[in-house]
Design a protein around this ligand. Structure first.
Ligand code: ZN
Length: 72
């Protein structure tokens, strides 16, 4: 069970229009979380400062919630 970790630099993935999800890589014999977009890697136990969702994504979430409420 692994937590999704987004790029610490807040890179946006153009395909998903959301933060780039970092992938684990091994450098030497240590594991790091790596962002292919800005080409940076962080230690996996680095404490993540939560990003807010990108504005567009948040607006979509809110409108979806309102639509669901109206169907009740
Ligand atoms: Zn990045």
């Amino acid at each position: 069970m692994s937590k999704t970790i987004y790029c610490w630099n807040g890179c946006i993935d153009e395909d998903t229009d959301y933060y780039v999800i970092m992938s684990p890589i091994v450098i030497g014999d240590e594991e790091f979380m790596y962002c292919p977009q800005c080409n940076e890697a962080w230690e996996p136990d680095y404490e993540q400062i939560p990003h807010g969702p990108p504005h567009k994504q948040r607006m979509e979430g809110i409108s979806r919630y309102i639509e669901e409420k109206e169907q009740d």
